[in-house]
Design a protein around this ligand. Sequence first.
Ligand code: NAD
Ligand code: UGA
Length: 439
Amino acid sequence: MDISVIGAGYVGLVTGVCLAEFGHRVELIDINPDRIRLLQNGVSPIFEPGIEPMIVRNTESKRLWFSTTLDGPRLNQCDVIFIAVSTPASSTGDADLSYLFNAVDQLIPILSSRTTEYPAVIAIKSTVPVGTNQLVQDRFNTAGLTDKAIVVSNPEFLREGAAISDCINPDRIVIGASCPEGFQRMKNIYHSYIARKIPILEVSLFAAEHIKYASNAFLATKISFINELALLCESTHTDVLEVARGMGLDPRIGPSFLAPGPGFGGSCFPKDIRALGAVGACNGLQMKMIESVEAINHRQKQHVITQIQDRIAGIKSPVIAVLGVAFKANTDDMRDAPSLDILPPLLKRGIRIAAYDPEAESNAKLIFGDTVQFKSSPLETATGAHLLLILTEWNEFFDIDLYSVKRVMEGNLIVDTRRVIDPNVAAAAGFNYYGIGRA
Ligand code: NAD
Ligand code: UGA
C-alpha cells in the first residue's frame, strides 16, 4: 500500500522503516532538512539499535524515500497518511498541539484536490489528549473534506532503544476510529500483524487516546512506587532489589518497571503525566495519583543530589565523574533526562563534572555546553575524580573494572543510581559504595 509519514523523529522514522520492511511503499517527510539529508545518505539521525541497515535496505529496494516537502500528487494517491510529529508539554503542562495542527493545515489544501474514489485515512500516531482526533476530523470537515479525510487514532507504544523490535512485534495495536472504513484501511496496512495474531483493538477515538496516556501513566506509577519504596528500604536496612524481585514474581504484579533509579525521564513519561493531569483539571477532576507520581519523581532526583552532596561535603574542590547522561540506556535522547535535573545544582555549587556517555554526548553538549567536560571512556572520565556517579544503565558499565577505576580516581566514592555495580566488588576494590534503595 502507499503510505506517507509526516515527522521522521523517533516514532515516525521507526514506523516508516518498519512499514517499508513489511512491503509497503513509504515516503517519510520531515521539515528538518538536516534530518532528511542524513536519511537520504543512509544515515540515521537518531541512535536506535538496528535501524540503519533497515534504512539502507528499504531505500535500495525503492520502498522507502525521504522528503522535506509534502508531495501533493503522491499524498493524494496515498492510502494512509501517518502524522508522528512531537506533542511536547506547554508551559501550563497541557500537550502543545501546534505541530500537529500545522501538519493538518498543510494537508488541507492538498487533500482538497484529491480525486481518488476513496478518502485518505489520516492516522495520528502522536500522543494527543482525549478529544484531539475528533478536533482534527472537525478541522477537515470544516474545510469541506468530510468525504476525503478519515481521521484514525493509532497511538504508538514503542520504547526508545528497543523501538525496532517493539514495532515489528508489538504487544497490541490500538485503532480508534468512528467509521468502518477507518478500521478496515488500518487493518489492511497492518495485515502482517493480523497474520501473526498480534491483538488489534478496535475502539472509539476517545478510548484510543485514553489508552495511550493511561498506559504511560501506569508505567510511571510503577516506577514511582518502587522509587518511593527504595527510599524506605534505605531507612530500614533492606535491599529494594530483593523486595522488587519478591513482588515481581507475583504474576498479578509482574517484574517489569520495578527497577529503582534516579527518577524517570525521557520524551514521554514526564510530559504525558503532566498532560493527563491537565486533562483532569480541564474536566474538574484532580488527578491525585498522577500528582503523587510526579512529586515522587521530583523527590527522587532531589534525593540523589542530597546523597552526592553529603558524600562530598568535606572535599575541597570536588570532582565528579558521571557515567551516562541519556535518560536511559540504548538511546541518545536527552529529553527530560534525570541528568538535566541532577547535574546543574552541582555545577552551580562549583563542583567540576566530567562525563561519559557512549551515544548521547553530542546531544548532551548542546545542553551542557562546556560546563561539563565530556570524555571518551569511563576510565578517562574517572581520572582525578572524587566521586563516581552512575546515571544511566549502559551495558558497558555493568562490567567496569573497578580496580582500574579506583587507581585513577582521587577519591573512593560511588553513587550508583541504577544499581549496575556489585557492592561486594566495589568494597573489595576499596570504594565507599552507595546504591539506590540499599542501606
Ligand atoms: P521527535 O521530536 O523525535 O520527532 C518529531 C519530528 O516531526 C521532528 O523530526 C520534526 O522536525 C518533525 N515535524 C514537526 N512538524 C512537522 C511538519 N509539519 N511536517 C513534517 N515534519 C514535522 O518526536 P517523537 O519522539 O518521534 O514523538 C512523536 C510523537 O510520538 C509524540 O507525540 C510522542 O509523545 C509520541 N511517542 C513518542 C515515543 C518515543 O519513544 N519517542 C513513543 C510513543 C509515542
Ligand atoms: C516509554 C514507554 O515504555 C513506551 O511504551 C511508550 O511508547 C513511550 O514511553 C512513549 O510514549 O514515548 P521510553 O520513554 O522510551 O518508553 O522508555 P522506558 O523504557 O519506558 O523508560 C522511561 C523512563 O523510566 C527512563 O528514564 C527509565 O530509566 C525509567 N525506568 C524505566 C525506571 O527508572 N525504572 C524502570 O523499571 C523502567
